[in-house]
Design a protein around this ligand. Structure first.
Ligand code: PRP
Length: 215
């Protein structure tokens, strides 16, 4: 039997996913060491490998088949636009993709003016403004702390993830429009789903049962 390989977005999503696998009896002792710098963990009994990747790279590993399955946020799936099957909503890591800014920027969104939009998610921002709203915008790609942009006049609004809303609040910004809800999703390589159909469905079924039980 060949190894079934999982690419997990490192951080909270990977931690939570490994906890679910542990509950399914698929354990990885090495992964529990909080100081480990290891990137690949193996469960010999079930012939499963987990590797930890940067979230934005997870869809790439899965599309190319370097991983059969990925666990990653819907934000990353939308932004990367890779060829994969999204097969399950894990229901954790819930947040929202929103257009945010100072209250005063609200009218700019209804006037169809050309505005500057800063975001870590230029494709999501472009798709929302151009395709959905038909509003011409200038997208400015940033890599983090995006809330800064409207405060220092780099952009009128931002497109970013809102979870608790406290980052916005503490910086005098607010949600102006909601783009879509987000959460952790399971993605599968298109060939793997055909070749390893039974094994993959079996694991997804077990995961689904656990999630249903917890919700
Ligand atoms: C994310 C996101 C917001 C914040 C939202 O940033 O980009 O800034 O969390 O969370 P909240 O609504 O609970 O305040 P992250 O912490 O990942 O860091 P970054 O800004 O450097 O990307």
């Amino acid at each position: 039997m060949r190894y079934l390989t999982f690419a997990l977005a490192k951080g909270r999503l990977a931690k939570k996913t490994l906890e679910y696998f542990e509950k399914m009896g698929i354990t990885c002792e090495e992964a529990k060491d909080p100081n480990t710098r290891k990137l690949i963990f193996t469960n010999e009994k079930y012939k499963i490998k987990f590797f930890l990747a940067k979230a934005s790279d997870v869809p790439t590993y899965v599309e190319y088949g370097a991983a059969d399955i990925g666990v990653v946020g819907k934000d990353t799936i939308l932004e990367e636009g890779r060829n994969l099957y999204e097969v399950m909503d894990l229901g954790f890591g819930k947040c929202r993709m929103c257009v945010c800014g100072p209250e005063s920027a609200k009218e700019l969104l209804s006037k169809n003016e050309i505005i500057r939009v800063a975001s870590k998610y230029p494709n999501i921002a472009k798709d929302y403004f151009i395709t959905k709203k038909n509003q011409t915008v200038e997208i400015i790609k940033l890599n983090g702390s995006v809330e800064l942009a409207p405060l220092v006049d780099l952009a009128e609004v931002i497109v970013d993830i809102v979870e608790t809303g406290s980052t916005l609040k503490e910086n005098g910004l607010e949600v102006l429009e909601e783009i879509c809800p987000l959460s952790a999703r399971v993605v599968v390589n298109q060939v793997s789903l055909r070749m390893e159909h039974e094994r993959i469905l079996n694991i997804l079924d077990q995961l689904n049962d656990l999630i249903q039980k917890e919700s």
